[in-house]
Design a protein around this ligand. Structure first.
Ligand code: PHE
Length: 344
């Protein structure tokens, strides 16, 4: 009979059905003999292949070989299952080798970002800060306006915002944890000394930026707080986090809600300052933004800027985790590859 692809397909499915229906070894062997054993229908097709044209030979040969391989592997599985079944009914027990070593449960652990976050929080707790939270889906008012980013202000472009479609039309995924500054000051009077950890979102993605990442915000407001307090605190934070002697620099910067503003860089741990693709050849990595709370922000929450002053900072948790562990690609944190995660 000629070997057509249709016929091979029919033999394949008949063969599979016969293997599935076999109740013992001899029925299994019988099915093999009929369909894909030495004299089985598929093997006969392969033997007759020489009579076909070159083109047909190729197609039919490939189909027939594939079908036979599949049937053989199903046959092996069924044979093993049937033999095991027969052994169980003969011996009346499942085989149990009590000398095999046990299968140990691999205990999990916290994700490296959660670990770093917990460590940052613990440093600031020891320095007298308490922890505050706020919503991830935030009002434009808290994310921008009360932080002195007026509507249409070009400083909003610094943050690649995800906008949320809503009836009210003023919701965003928070681009930073700074809205928690406003929420905290709205409901408490000075002295304020808080940190606010959480996820933040920006439409930005490359080896040092992820569309979702984490920050820890800090805010201190009281009478007589100065930039010196801010520098001292952040220097101490870096010492406690990275150990003594890690070079650190304060660089003038701009944020609408702080004046003056600074960014803090730490020496690149990948290249130790020589310059590499992670630090974009600068030798430094930015870990946080900071500054003295702008008096106009106090205006939004009803604090008297003549009486109180304060500082704020916001740090990137992934950045700090990358620096601590010498990781060069932020995306590794979010791929959930167990070979990566189990190293921490
Ligand atoms: N929110 C700023 C950012 O995400 C960082 C910052 C926080 C700067 C607090 C100053 C004070 O870029």
């Amino acid at each position: 009979m000629p070997g057509t692809p249709e016929r091979i397909e029919r033999l394949r499915s008949e063969g599979l059905a016969a293997l599935a229906a076999a109740r013992n070894e001899s029925e299994l062997l019988d099915a093999k003999g009929r369909y894909f054993g030495k004299k089985g229908a598929i093997s006969e097709i392969l033997k007759g292949i020489g009579a076909l044209s070159a083109e047909e030979r190729k197609a039919v040969g490939a189909e027939a070989n594939r079908a036979r391989a599949e049937l053989e592997s199903v046959f092996d599985e069924r044979l093993a299952a049937i033999r095991e079944q027969e052994r169980i009914s003969r011996e009346g027990v499942e085989r149990l080798d009590v000398t095999l070593p046990g299968r140990r449960e691999a205990p999990g652990h916290r994700h490296p970002i959660s670990q770093t976050m917990a460590d940052i929080i613990s440093v600031f707790r020891r320095l007298g800060f308490s922890v505050q939270g706020g919503p991830d889906v935030e009002k434009d008012y808290y994310n921008f306006e009360a932080l002195n980013f007026p509507p249409e202000h070009p400083a909003r472009d610094m943050q690649d915002t995800f906008y949320i479609e809503s009836e009210a039309g003023d919701l965003v995924l928070r681009t930073h944890t700074s809205p928690i500054q406003i929420r905290t000051m709205e409901k408490t009077r000075p002295p304020v000394r808080i940190i606010a950890p959480g996820a933040v979102y920006r439409s930005d993605s490359d080896i040092t930026h992820s569309p979702m990442f984490h920050q820890v915000e800090g805010l201190a407001v009281d009478t007589g707080i100065t930039m010196g307090d801010l520098k001292g605190l952040l220097t101490e934070f870096c010492r406690m986090t990275f150990g003594p002697g890690k070079p650190l620099r304060f660089r003038p910067s701009y944020f609408p809600f702080t004046e003056p503003s600074a960014e803090v860089d730490i020496q690149c741990v990948i290249c130790l300052g020589r310059g590499c693709r992670v630090c974009k050849d600068s030798g430094w990595l930015e870990i946080l933004g900071a500054g003295m709370v702008d008096p106009s922000v106090f205006g939004f929450v009803g604090y008297d800027p003549e009486e109180y002053s304060g500082f704020a900072f916001g740090m990137g948790v992934e950045r700090i985790a990358m620096l601590r562990h010498g990781i060069s690609d932020i995306r590794l944190f979010f791929e959930n590859d167990i070979r990566f995660l189990s190293q921490f």
